[in-house]
Design a protein around this ligand. Sequence first.
Ligand code: ATP
Ligand code: MG
Length: 431
Amino acid sequence: MALITKKIKGTEDVLPRQSYRWQFIEGVMREEAKAYGFKEIRTPVFEHTELFARGVGQTTDVVQKEMYTFDTKGGESVTLRPEGTAGAARAVLEHNLENEGLPIKASYFVSCYRYEKPQAGRLREFHQFGLEEYGTQSPVADAELICAAQSILDRLGLDKVRLEINSIGCPECRAKYNQALRDYFGGYRGQLCTTCLSRLEKNPMRLLDCKSPEDKAIAKDAPKITDYLCEECEAHFAEVQKYLGCAGVEYTVNPTIVRGLDYYTKTVFEFVTDCIGAQGTVCGGGRYDGLMEELGGKHTPSLGFAMGLERLLMVMDAQGIEIPDTSSCALYIATMGDEAKAKAFELLKRVRECGLTAETDVVGRGLRAQMKYADKIGARYSMVLGDNEIAENKAKVKNMESGEQTELALDESFAEKFSVLQLASDKAFGI
Ligand code: ATP
Ligand code: MG
């Protein structure tokens, strides 16, 4: 077979047999977002390029190297979103959501596009879940947001994911700190990678985020931002930590975390694991008090985080966390003869109305082939309907795992009785 084309490098398909895994983690995220009072926002997959240039930041890797940007037929430059924050912030401003009361709390699921070197945990199309909160400068909000991320990771059953937090201060503390970094890294000019050399003037904090081992070694002894925080930023950071303590959230302060976006201020944080190789950051976020102004809005202190769904699934795989497959078939009815087929059709409708997945033959297979198919799709129960069953108006449903059979009448009570029966065994399946 010669296919005319295959998927684009750095993209992935989620197949029907895998999608329950996505739905499971998305379900947990939806529930937690709701518990914390966040409502979903949906924004377009492409935006005017300047939104990301300004909203993500000119000096970031994302804007400098990774964006999918193209001109439309109308001659406009548009970009596939590389992340979810800028689009959400634009929508909040464009629709004047501040009039609806502050803080504005939004959650999102987005596909993101970045022209990166594809490798494990690094794709060109990937997916993020995020929470965004606009219009609060209180450190309570920072702590609450971090708690929400922690709750999600806990509910997914992840083990050994460390929370690292830092404060990168406000523009005032940062100006002093940037100078200290220029002085420090300036002494190592000859040893820095070319990207870092160009960052030295424009955005020296980015040097702390360099992945090259040589630069990492130099960065180890660089001045620490925590020694340059102004009184207000220091107090804010202390409060965030106090509230994290109240919620029993464990963390370490890592003064080298700077995050990839330019408009982060004060709190930044990452959830990191060592179990999936080099791309171990599953969640990153922080405060971006300057973003809304940068996009043309009023000064609106804001904060948020994003989690990479592919990376979370990788961690769950690596840690052997089983995800319940609620999508598999609860009942397969195999049929022999036209009357049985009609009866199956009628019964299945009722079983489905009970919220269960139920199937029958729609291909025209013989009985043996139907049972083979039931096995293949992992049906938890099967039932054979033939002339005898129709005549007696009862049939046996068989638990495919234990082989146990239960006789049920083929009347109005069938769906409900089956529902009760399978509920008990679902518990054994861990569903
Ligand atoms: P990294 O340092 O790994 O490049 P980043 O700082 O670019 O991450 P963010 O922009 O903060 O990442 O995105 C938030 C999360 O999205 C990351 O923590 C990660 O889980 C996920 N992510 C980012 N880039 C990719 C990618 N190319 N492929 C898959 N997941 C990604
Ligand atoms: Mg990146």
